[in-house]
Design a protein around this ligand. Sequence first.
Ligand SMILES: [Zn+2]
Ligand SMILES: [Zn+2]
Length: 714
Amino acid sequence: MAMWPEDPATWRPGIALPCRRRTLGWPRLRNSVRPAMSPSDATATVPQLAVAVALPVPLPRTFDYAVPPEFEPRVAPGHRVEAPFGSRRLHGIVLRRFPIAESELPPERLRPLLAAPDDEPLLPPPVLTLCRFCARYYHNPIGEVLAAAVPAAIRRRKRRKAPPALGVPLATVASPAPVTLTTGQREALAAIEADLAASRFQVSLLQGVTGSGKTEVYLRAIATTLAAGRSALLLVPEIALTPQTLARIRARFPDAAVLHSQQSQRERGDNWERVRRGAARVVVGPRSAVFAPLERLGLVIVDEEHEPSYKQDSAPRYHARDLAIVRAREARCPVVLGSATPSLESWHNARTGRYRRLLLTERPGAAVLPAVEVVDLHEETRAVKGFPFISRRLERALRACLQRGEQAILFLNRRGFSTFLQCRACHEVLTCPRCDLALTYHQSRARAVCHGCERADPPPTRCSACGIGAVHYFGFGTERIEQELALRFPGVRCCRLDSDALADGTDLAETLERFRSGEAQLLVGTQMIARGLDFPNVTVVGVISADTALNLPDFRAAERTFQLLSQVTGRAGRAGLPGLSIIQTFSPGHPAIARAVAHDTDGFIEQELRHRERLGYPPFGRLARIVTSGRRERSTLRHAESLTAALRAHAETAQVLGPAPCPISKLKDRHRFMTLIKAPTRAALEPLLQAFDHAPRPPAGVRCALEIDPVSML
Ligand SMILES: [Zn+2]
Ligand SMILES: [Zn+2]
């Protein structure tokens, strides 16, 4: 059995995929059966070679095909081929080639490939290795991983000709802006450059408060990498891929390629092809860019490494930060994880010496950390005899800020106008008929909206449960705050940024520009505005409610709240003007809030780590989660129960918990039950994963999704 050490720095991607054809009991597929010999076959040359091909199907195996002799020069590992699968033709990637006699099937039963259209492999060997690791570690079908690694436009392209040979391209590097580095920046850069020069795999955790100049360190390290003739990969959270970030990178590296799932298929395909040809040697992108076809990789950077969006939670499931570390290890190059508020996992690895910690403590220029004040909403509610969306303290600060001609940001991680609708008579909270979620009233659309399935209906006037009570609106989202600001500060321009505003046609870049130029004085928004944005004239940041994430039934709730508060409050006072952040909360004593107020990242993480250690949660153990879902509650639960029992029989040192309804127990008409596996090590999970593969297949309509190292528990 394979042993997985406990952190990505020491994982080793396997080379061979275990062959599960015999053991898994998949029905023998028609694709491996060849029709009876036709007369013309007798004259054709007999294939000598076979290939194992990964096809984009949700099966954890590869498929063997015979290689017609004329295709032989074009079927090395990484090559794209077309193969018959049942009655379909599918594009796949060659993983292995071998003499046909070594196939487990007799040669006459192997079906021949239909096409091998490309002169050169589609994927370079390092990416193939990474895909294999991703399949094995996260228990993903290899074909699905490869399908995610190559843009659809490239997979389906008719024929890729070998481009004219390029020498090592001279990447265009604009000269760096003449800023003086702080001592911390200089030392961090020197450490990374030493790793680069020695071609040494080393994970550095670059920890620096917001505004301490991490990006400048990244950009200079990338320039050094290019100068050494190697390439660089910069991963950023989806949400931080703003026009502002891109402009800053393009100003320094005009040839940088952006690989983004939001791009049109053609645009993404063209960028991918530029990287593949070696014409672009800097790649910037969100999690899927970890599979970028870069060669001679010299540096990997993961910005905001603690961001949950690095975890892909639909198939194929993986954590891009952890894959980035594996990729750097294979390329023998340094990897930099940057954050103001590191994940507990990375912090733990730095503390135990697996990672090197690089600290940026000063903010460049004269900028200082903003003062942070807390408003206790219990006291405020009592004093003003009602719930204040904007407390007296926050209102005073906003007024003073606006009078000075400065700007303010108001943060609330909840969109909509009223966040729940309740019956006055029977007190029922109205939920979506398809999901176990309260409806949110959106005033701009005059609709009651479910945030699980986005179903939007005209708001009910009568309670749907008792049929008589009137419906009243409670709770507040960003729309409500926008309205409140308009009432209290008439004549002051305010813009709102959240996913509703974007869906309603608000242009992100345009809105940010309106705010930057000073045309608007107030900006209200969700986590969309929490990071990556740098506005020199913002001196006040208000957190309308720090409690929204704190009460989620998820063991990472405190960590998320702390990270979000630290990032939001870091927005104020970044360019020499003194900043003030005001946090409104019903739980001023909670460690996540008290430590964020004190800018005490180290203290918070140490306290939270002790808590996790007591519970055996990551980073002190490994988790796997299986969500069983289906439209019929009883059959879904029955399958979840039998699956859980089967796993429990193989638990050994692991603990199998559940099945229990997920916190969101119904989503889009599917009932959801979860089984949680807690194991001391990744290796201890292995027998359970084998048991999962061998478990009886779910009944029709029931699905089981397995997730290794889950990030969200909802
Ligand atoms: Zn009612
Ligand atoms: Zn719904």
